[in-house]
Ligand binder design. Structure first.
Ligand code: SF4
Length: 102
């Protein structure tokens, strides 16, 4: 099984401040986290990012499924939304799903 963290393409887009409008819409700003190297797009404190007090969030599959502030082209979101290759034909998959009443 692939390493979940290898899914991230290190684009750094999630490391910019966001603001929330009155309707709850989330908008990125051009203001980077102070630990983001804006040239390489790498976190300068990656291995201790949860200890430096910047509110960095560990992006587990469950977190990716619930947060609304990741950019649409975030590699985690694209990975999450891609169809799963089960190795079965679609017909078999549909039958299996209907047996489970999903
Ligand atoms: S936006 Fe997604 S792909 Fe880009 S650095 Fe953040 S987690 Fe990784």
């Amino acid at each position: 099984m692939e390493n979940w963290e290898d899914t991230c393409n290190r684009c750094g887009q999630c490391c910019f401040e966001k603001w929330v409008d009155e309707e709850g819409g989330i908008h990125p700003t051009p203001i980077p986290c102070r630990y983001l190297d804006i040239h390489t797009r790498q976190c300068r404190v990656y291995h201790k990012r949860f200890e430096v007090g910047e509110g960095c969030v560990k992006l587990t599959p469950d977190v990716v499924a619930t947060v609304r502030w990741l950019p649409e082209d975030c590699a985690y979101l694209r990975h999450r939304n891609r169809p799963r290759d089960t190795g079965e034909s679609p017909t078999v998959s549909r039958r299996a799903a209907s047996r489970r009443k999903v």
